[in-house]
Design a protein around this ligand. Sequence first.
Ligand SMILES: Cc1ncc(COP(=O)(O)O)c(C=O)c1O
Length: 456
Amino acid sequence: MKPNDLSEIVSSDKSHVWHHLSQHKPLQTSDPLVIVEGKGLRVTDINGRQYLDAVSGGVWTVNVGYGRESIADAVREQLVKMCYYANSAGNIPGAQFAEKLIDKMPGLSRVYYSNSGSEANEKGFKLVRQLATMKNDGKKHKILFRDRDYHGTTITALSATGQEQRKDQYGPFTPGFVEVPHCLAYRAVNGDDADYGVQAAREIEKVILREGPDTVGSLCLEPITAGGGVIVPPEGYFETVQEICRKYGVLLHIDEVVCGMGRTGKWFGYQHFDVKPDIVTMAKGVASGYAAISVTATTEDLFNQFLAEPSEKMSYFRDISTFGGVAGGPAAALENMRIIEEENLLDNVNKMGDYVLDRLNELKHKYEIIGDVRGKGLFVGAELVKDRKTKEPVDESVAAAVAADCLRQGVMIGRTNRSLTEFNNTLCLSPALICTKDDIDEIINSIDVALGNLPH
Ligand SMILES: Cc1ncc(COP(=O)(O)O)c(C=O)c1O
């Protein structure tokens, strides 16, 4: 095959690539989207058509935008010098990035490298299970997760996921994972009380008491739920969660796979709240997709519980991730972080985040179908409903039609899909942290047109 024969590339893709999250039947009669180039917020497909990407690589990943030569250079330089050695040994960018990262996370002190968000979360779960065995006679092995949260694609990360449709057909799941209720004020189970945040957290306490506090090891939460519908926790929620975790000796594991690295206007989503996690996981934005890297960060206290004399053969964290030793990962992450700092991207996220929320609220005034607008920083969602009073969600096909119309207009937006049985009805926006008012106007205008085109 000639390297630049584009029709052959499409044909090879159609014949052999099994795409993620995709039903392939329609691709028997149409061509797949093949992305060949990216610069800033724009990507170009194999037919030369350009799109404004409002979801940073489809799944909120390319935080600093496409085409960053300095990251490519940093990775190249590292790979040529030393591409890989298992992380049982150290490497230079690994040590440097750990130092810089911990600087941004007061209270945490240890960095464990792996290569996907699911894997980073699994490390967190394994730490809890091993601690239960070593320190608590096998008790405190249960791990709580929340309705609507997602923690990854592997069977155990799915076991910790509160999205019934995403989990459907993949059981049986790993035992010892227990669900707690969500904290979405718009769909508050107990009404819209002013102290809903505190009440929602108290629901977690009820589960801990029901299960028995001596059986519960950790609580794993997204700081702002992503694929479950962009859920910003209500006031008082995290502070009460923290108090409950301390009261019952439950470790707090925050999954920053989406929110980490500036997405919400702070380095980490949990930093909007008065909360001190024991375990923090991160992946996507850590190197903005320029390299595969994920991190499980812990407190020194947690780390110290694995310190013992070498004669105690089973006492250390006996885990490895082969690609956690790819030195290009932290090399990319270091440069990614430098860009966020040098270009003041957190400031931009806060300014543009306010702007995109204002613009979405304008659309809410215009279209009855928008029931709720919510988000933090450049991480926002608009929930579509059939009726504002009953809040009955629109069918998934409506959100899909809006996204497809935007795509036809050259704008890629996201939506919750095949995750929750009822609530695949939220449009999602997470443009790169470099986006401008003009970019946001273009995104919002396309949604405006798409909503106007829906049958009335
Ligand atoms: C909150 C959250 N945690 C974990 C994951 C899993 O990350 P990965 O796909 O890198 O395994 C995702 C992926 O979308 C996510 O959104």
